[in-house]
Structures are given as structure tokens and as C-alpha cells.
Design a protein around this ligand. Structure first.
Ligand code: ZN
Length: 116
């Protein structure tokens, strides 16, 4: 069956396969990068992490690399609603050990929706 395919068509379908594989690799790399950054910044792979918004508010959110329904993902930045200032903002994960006591208390008191 393959032998009867004209050479051009065969090349084209091989190219298509290669492109699809490249897309998968890019997606996997992006996911690995996100997990890596989350690990470095928050010290965990997924779950509840403390994030800081652009206005300096800290709160706890659920962060699962590759999955989000309440935020716009931009690598290790996300745009989501900040429950402290009640505004939309870019947030990044922060290490809890780097927070001041006051910030840590704030982060514990403020949690957003229980969905990723
Ligand atoms: Zn905020």
C-alpha cells in the first residue's frame, strides 16, 4: 500500500507526522519547564502554593502545571483573580520560607477558589 503511494505524498505524510511529533515535544517541554519553575519557586510540584500578585498581595492558590480553568497561563506567570485586592493580576509562585510572618499569615487567610 505504501509502495503504491507517489513519492511526494509519502514525503508529505512523513512531514506531517514529524510536525505533530514536534508539537508534542514542545508541549512536553513547556510542561517540564513549568514544573521546574514551580519546584524552584514554591518547593513543590503541584497543589497549594502561595503566589504573589503584581500589587504585592499574597494568597494561597491551587497550581497544577498544565491544568488551569480559572486563569490564563503564561508559563510560570498566570493571570488570575486576586482575592486580596479583588482584581485581576499576574501572579507568580513564591517560596513560603521567603515570606515575612505577616505575609505568611495573609497567604493562609486568603485562598481563592478550590479549583486549579
Ligand atoms: Zn492583588
Amino acid at each position: 500500500m505504501l509502495r503504491r503511494m507517489p513519492g511526494r505524498a509519502r514525503r508529505r505524510s512523513a512531514q506531517r507526522r514529524q510536525r505533530r511529533r514536534r508539537g508534542l515535544v514542545a508541549g512536553a517541554l513547556a510542561l517540564v519547564a513549568e514544573v521546574g519553575v514551580l519546584w524552584m519557586r514554591a518547593g513543590r510540584l503541584a497543589g497549594e502554593v502561595v503566589v504573589r500578585c503584581r500589587s504585592g498581595h499574597v494568597y494561597t492558590t491551587i497550581w497544577i502545571p498544565g491544568i488551569s480553568v480559572k486563569s490564563l497561563r503564561l508559563g510560570w506567570w498566570r493571570v488570575q483573580r486576586c482575592p486580596v485586592g479583588e482584581h485581576w493580576s499576574l501572579v507568580t509562585p513564591v517560596r513560603e520560607s521567603e515570606l515575612s510572618d505577616g505575609d505568611r499569615r495573609l497567604a493562609r487567610e486568603h485562598r481563592d477558589m478550590r479549583i486549579p
